[in-house]
Design a protein around this ligand. Structure first.
Ligand code: HEM
Ligand SMILES: *[C@@H]1O[C@H](CO)[C@@H](O)[C@H](O)[C@H]1NC(C)=O
Length: 346
């Protein structure tokens, strides 16, 4: 008897927690969503991100990629944050397309801190969206500064095969990239704008294998030699996405004409990706192929020519990305920990 009462209470609690997700159109997201519900939460996230990026500058790029990989798969629902469990042996994290994802520990730490302040109120998906926004602002020295709405729920589902099917691959052709983005209602221009995120961060050599032997009209031979050197040093090491972040000696050796562009501060988030792309010094096939498509190529020129325009448009596209919502009818809730589905009956 006592047990069944407990069970009943648990069931009611689950029903209350599992609100139906709003549809893509009526997202119900609001700027300042937590103003009353958990005052100061955006400042808490920001404080953590500033500290984390001081300790480990790699965190910023990881967060920018993570929000893309969360939002393109089942909407921005924190599904990418879930660990494998007995109930779910193959979460999104295991998808090959998710190689190298990081910053999960930072998000878990922020979540724990916020749970102390406002238990059961702030979703992990919102924390990720805020964190990526803050990282973007810091890495761009304040030039990319956008306001994102919140009010997302965390999803219950995370599937490696779904992530693999939804995320673009670095070997895609221009048309495959365009089709992939179109499924999420992003056009060619937005594909080009968001690809500019590859001005920061790193990639495993396995992510651009084909480029190591690609012909000179697809990749500048000097840059190809540089990549081959870096990739030959260990087994599948990581190399910086932007040659301007490469160490000075390596650039001097392979691309002496580029020496003056080596940056003192790594991961500066700017439009240099477009200049690199015009000069055929980008690592992924998916970056280079934008130059093979007339409209996309036009946008590469446009954003190379106007840094301010890219800063503004990138912010806009990140807001749009951050509004992608869960498939209609999906169950959502507020997790207790970002890596585990909060489900009292399990
Ligand atoms: C257009 C299709 C895209 C493809 C095919 C693609 C592919 C990749 C690949 C293969 C990596 C390297 C992963 C590794 O080897 O460790 C990477 C890194 C990265 N991507 Fe993309 N990406 C795309 C679009 C985007 C978008 C839209 C964003 C964000 C707005 C983004 C942000 C990043 C960042 C910041 C990194 C570096 C991550 C780090 O250093 O930890 N990418 N991408
Ligand atoms: C660059 O873009 C900004 C922002 O949209 C715009 O105000 C400015 O006029 C553009 N500059 C040029 C030279 O086209």
């Amino acid at each position: 008897m006592k047990l069944s009462v407990v069970l009943l209470c648990a069931l009611v609690a689950v029903q209350a927690a599992l609100l139906a997700a709003p549809s893509a159109e009526a997202s119900g997201l609001k700027v300042g969503y937590y103003n009353k519900k958990c005052k100061g939460v955006e400042a808490v996230v920001k404080g953590h991100i500033i500290r984390a990026m001081k300790k480990n500058p790699r965190v910023g790029a990881a967060l920018v990629r993570l929000v893309f990989h969360d939002c393109f798969v089942r909407g921005c629902d924190g599904s990418v944050l879930l660990d494998k469990s007995a109930q779910n042996p193959h979460p999104e994290k295991e998808a090959p397309a998710n190689i190298g994802l990081a910053a999960f520990d930072i998000l878990e730490m922020i979540k724990a801190d916020i749970e102390k302040k406002c238990p059961g109120v702030v979703s992990c998906s919102d924390i990720l969206v805020y964190a990526a926004r803050d990282a973007t602002k810091i890495l761009s020295k304040g030039h990319i500064n956008y306001v994102v709405p919140a009010g997302r729920l965390d999803g219950m589902v995370s599937s490696a095969s779904e992530a693999q099917a939804e995320l673009p691959d670095s070997t895609f052709t221009a048309q495959q990239l365009i089709d992939n983005f179109a499924r999420k209602n992003f056009d060619v221009e937005e594909l080009v704008i968001l690809s500019g995120a590859h001005s920061i961060g790193m990639a495993h050599c396995s992510s651009f294998k084909g480029r190591l032997t690609a012909p000179a009209d697809q990749i500048t031979p000097a840059y190809r030699n540089l990549l081959n050197d870096k990739c030959g040093q260990r087994s599948n090491p990581r190399v910086v996405n932007n040659v301007r972040d490469e160490d000075y000696n390596t650039v001097s050796k392979y691309m002496p004409g580029f020496k003056s562009r080596v940056r003192k501060i790594r991961d500066l988030f700017d439009n240099s990706y477009y200049h690199n792309n015009l000069a055929r010094i980008v690592s992924f096939n998916s970056d280079w192929v934008l130059m093979t498509h007339k409209e996309a190529r036009g946008h590469v020129h446009e954003y190379a020519d106007n840094a301010t325009l890219w800063n503004d448009d990138f912010g806009e596209s990140m807001i749009k990305l951050s509004k992608l919502s869960m498939p209609a009818g999906s169950k959502g809730g507020i997790r207790k920990k970002c890596s585990i589905v909060s489900h009292p009956l399990h």
